[in-house]
Every structure is written in C-alpha cells, then in structure tokens.
Design a binder for this molecule. Structure first.
Ligand code: SF4
Length: 489
C-alpha cells in the first residue's frame, strides 16, 4: 500500500529535488581509474587502445598510453574519452612492444592534463612511467616529507610520490627500489610501472582494487577488469594477489612480493556497481553476483507489484534477479540515452531538468498505471533517486518501491572512489524512513550487509568474506586519517 505521508504533487519541484542541480546532473559515485598493460606484443599501443576502451566506464576524463621499444619511451595523454584522445596516426607513433595505459576520472579542480596518466619522468636511472588505480591514504604525509627533503612535484596526483620514492631510493637493484617504495604506501592501489625496459605490476596488501593478468600468444596483458581481455582476445590467467609484485622483462615474468598479504579486502562496490557486468572478479561473474543481490533483496523485502525495473546499466542484472525470485515480470521501465556526452548548456532550471531527461527516460507505456519496483545500486545524496522516482511517477507509475542492492552508503571511501563528504551522504544523517520520504518512494529497502556478502558469494572464513565494506560500516582495512575520501589516481 502507498505510504500515507506521500506527497504525490512533488514531481518537479520542492527544495530537495533542486538540491545539487548545479553540480553533476546525476550524483552517482564516480568510478576511480582503469589501467591496462602489455608486455611483448608488436601491437602494444593498439591493444592498449582497445583495452582502455573496454575500461572506459572506469574513467572518462582523460586517457593516456606510454610505450617503449626498450630504448625510448613514447607517450601521449589528453583530456577526453579514449576514442577522442587517440587516432591511428597517434597509435602508430607509440612504438614498441611494451605499453601501459590509463583512463582517469577525478574530482573537480583536479582534472588538469598534468594529472592525466601515465605519468612519465626521467630520473638518474633512465625513464619511468606509472599508471595507477586507487588512492593512497598516506600520500600527503609522504609528499610533505619528500618536499622537505628537496623534491619538486610536477603534479597534484598522489601517484607521483611513488615515482619520487623509487627515484630517490638508495637501493642499487631497481626491483629492491620498487619494493622499498611500495612498502611505504598505505591505501588501495593497483600499479603498472614501466622502468626502462621492465614492467612492474603491483597490488596493495589488502587487494582493494582489482587487477588481473592474461596471456595473448607469448605476450602478457594486465588490466583492471577481465572485460578488457575479451576485447583484445587475451586469455585470463588469474587475479594479482594482494602484496604481490610481478616483474616482467626479457627473461619472462617473475612472481615476487613486496609485502605479506594482509586482511583481504577487495572493494565490495566493485561487485555492486563499478565493474562491468561481463567482468569476473576473483572468478565471480559480476552479472551473476548482481542477479543474486536482486534475489536476496526479494527475499528480504518482497512487495506485491506489477513490474520490476532496474536503473541502467548497473542495476539491470539485479532487477532480473528480483523478477526471477518473485515472479513479477522484469520490464525496461527506464532507458538510458548513451549518446548524451556532457551537457554544458543548461541556462535555466527548466532546461536543466531536460538535461536529466536527456540521460534517462521512463517508458510510459511500461509503467503507466503500474506498481513499480525500481532497483538501484546505491543512494548517495538522494537527489538522483528522487529524480528517477519522480520520473516514473510523471510517466504514470501508480506506486514506486525502491530496492537498493547495497547497505546504506554512509561513510567516505579512502581507496579511490570519489565520495562526497559525510555531510552530503544522505544515509549518514537520515533513517531509512526519512530517506524514503526524501526520495518520494512508497517503500524503500537496502540490502543487508549479510545478504550482500552472501549474494556476492566469496568463500567464507575471511573477515567480511575478504571484502572491504568501509563505506557501509566504517570497517576500513587500513588506518584512515582524512575526512575527504577521493580518487588519488
Ligand atoms: S570504502 Fe567502500 S567504496 Fe571504498 S574500497 Fe571500501 S567498499 Fe569500496
């Protein structure tokens, strides 16, 4: 039954609805970054282009590739999508059989070209380039220390501290210098580091960010997600282990570590939202995991309804799961327009609201007169959910029941996800009932943490089944010392 206190006239007005309209049109959490690397393939730059294109959802602000032929480094990076940054001539100019590439998202004010990766430097030992996904909790502290010792930084990116630590190391052996640098770092990170003709691949000791290795003929390929391997035709070998360091050079690939594995804590939001549904994370397919989340939601909070719909794209799998579990038909009640790009021209409130509809539309014929279950992956500020619920109501939905495939998101992330400060996270200050009212839903349920962990299906035995759940319960795997979690890529 619809809730008594529902104010059905609140479609496109009201203070809450207008909050945040001048910021991003949608306040979804931002993916952090994506990395792709190749060692030993004559078409390394072209493969990187296709690999990064498959990882585009992880960062849409800038893209870059650095290659080497064993003698020189060649690189190009720029603001924009992968297909905008590179053309055929550019890729041909990136010579050599080894490459690292990067796609980046960053917070506003930090989106300068100088922070686009790979970062490339010359140092006394030769050339070095780095591409990373994640965030260092202690980057500011290390940076301060290095600046006091005379280091001059060229970017505001956390990643540059790693370059300085390697370059300043007293270790004769470059492998030892890299290990020494990595041991100083606290946070979630997946690194591809090119030093002259050697490629280093490292994952933080908790394994917070995903990183996988594959084979393409005799070449090794590395990527943030397995979907990139499908695109380039590579075979998945395995996930990089927490604390592991791979050294790839003309003698082949050597498996080493720079730190013992600590509490395994892969990011739960990768399973819920960030990674593509066709990727596998630690051998768990994300579409299947999300379907199970939808099934769990149905078990925890069934509601009698006429149709189930998912907010595209990340929640479609879960909506299918909810529909399968309940027998309520799954329908495409919401459609995402894939060709909007960025909306720069929004001169009036009315047109801004059109801007929202440019990105997402409700399908009137599907939802009109229906009781709709709307599945989404998370509620951040609440503004997006309110807009979508109102969009469904405006298209004639009789009731809108919101089901979320994550527990309430109430704490910032310190490991590479761009999260608003705690004050802006609606779940940090409002109860579930207050959030329901704020988003104008007839009912609202967040998947329980136990339900989530079970749905993802990682083996039992480890703390939180080997996952980080910090943004839901403040149970962070490392020390954290900063209110503002953001992407440090
Ligand atoms: S705090 Fe949340 S978003 Fe950040 S790594 Fe942990 S689970 Fe992922």
């Amino acid at each position: 039954m619809p809730h008594e206190s529902l104010n059905r006239s609140r479609y496109w007005d009201g203070d809450y609805y207008n909050e945040g309209m001048d910021a991003a049109t949608f306040d979804k959490l931002k993916e952090e970054c994506g990395v792709f690397g190749v060692y030993g393939h004559p078409e390394a730059s072209a493969l990187s282009f296709f690999g990064l294109h498959a990882l585009q959802h992880r960062g849409e602000e800038s893209a870059g590739i650095c290659t080497t032929d064993g003698k020189e480094f060649y690189y190009h990076r720029d603001m924009g999508l992968v297909k905008e940054v590179f053309d055929n001539d550019r890729l041909i100019s990136l010579k050599g059989s080894t490459a690292i590439g990067h796609v980046r998202y960053s917070t506003s004010g930090e989106s300068q070209l100088q922070n686009a990766q790979p970062l490339v430097f010359k140092y006394r030992g030769g050339d070095m380039a780095i591409a990373t996904n994640g965030n260092l909790v202690n980057a500011a502290e290390i940076r301060r220390e290095l600046e006091e010792q005379g280091s001059i930084f060229q970017t505001t990116s956390d990643t540059e501290v790693v370059i300085h630590l390697i370059a300043r190391s007293q270790q004769e052996d470059i492998v030892e210098a890299v290990k020494e640098a990595l041991r100083r770092l606290v946070g979630g990170f997946a690194f591809l580091i090119l030093v002259n003709d050697q490629l280093f691949v490292a994952q933080d000791p908790h394994g917070l960010r995903p990183l996988v290795i594959g084979k393409l003929g005799d070449a090794y390929v590395f990527a943030s997600e397995t979907c990139a391997f499908e695109t380039v035709g590579a075979t998945y070998l395995r996930d990089i282990a927490p604390g592991e360091l791979l050294i790839v050079n003309q003698d082949g690939m050597r498996e080493d570590r720079f730190a013992p594995m600590q509490r395994r804590a892969i990011c739960a939001m990768e399973y819920i939202y960030f990674s593509r549904p066709d990727s596998d994370l630690d051998n768990i397919n994300l579409h299947s995991a999300r379907k199970r989340m939808g099934q769990k939601l149905a078990m925890e909070a069934f509601v009698d309804a006429d149709v189930v719909t998912g907010v595209p794209d990340s929640s479609i799998s879960a909506a299918i799961g909810y529909a399968e579990q309940t027998g309520i038909p799954y329908e495409l009640g919401l459609i995402k327009n894939r060709y909007t790009g960025r909306t720069f021209i929004q001169p009036s409130q009315e047109l801004r609201e059109r801007g929202v509809k440019m990105k997402l539309s409700a399908v009137r014929k599907v939802v009109e007169g229906k009781r709709v279950v709307m599945i989404d992956d998370s509620i951040v500020r609440g503004t997006t959910s309110l807009r979508i619920v109102n969009m469904l109501r405006e298209a004639g939905a009789k009731e809108v029941h919101v089901r979320i495939t994550s527990p309430p998101y109430m704490n910032p992330c310190f490991y590479g996800i761009d999260t608003p400060s705690r004050n802006n996270l609606i779940a940090a200050s409002k109860s579930v009932e207050e959030i329901r009212q704020a988003i104008n839903a007839d009912s609202l349920h967040f998947l329980s943490k136990d339900g989530l962990l079970e749905a993802i299906g990682r083996p039992q035995g480890e703390h939180n089944r080997g996952m980080c759940t910090g943004c839901f319960d403040a149970d962070y795997p490392t020390e954290v010392n900063d209110e503002d979690g953001s992407c440090g890529c």
